[in-house]
Design a protein. Sequence first.
Length: 129
Amino acid sequence: MTYLPHPDIEQIVFANVLTALGDETRLAIIGYLARNEENAMTCGQFLDLGSKTSLSYHLAKLREAGVVHVRPEGTRRLVTLRRADLDQRFPGFLDSIIATCRDLPFFLRDGGTLLDRDTASAFDQARHS
């Protein structure tokens, strides 16, 4: 199995987290993960946000900052928020970011369509059905 390095909880640096979250695509990824927090998501579920190469880059930035955990499983990569670690390290911070991400419109790669929160939620549900 491939090992992907993640910072230990005490190695998560607030400046690195802020830097990682300072990008629209990465915020959209956090929004997707927050709306589907009960399930790990695969990298392929984010393809509406960009190309595979672009998403690999953005997920790596989030992983290296300690915001997400990426677990290889066969040919897939399962992505989850590191909620417990971030809540322990920076209490309340992730909830603030998630509240903002859930209310932000997000874009789709094909045509750059902006979706409001209700449409985004319906879109997510339809994709996972």
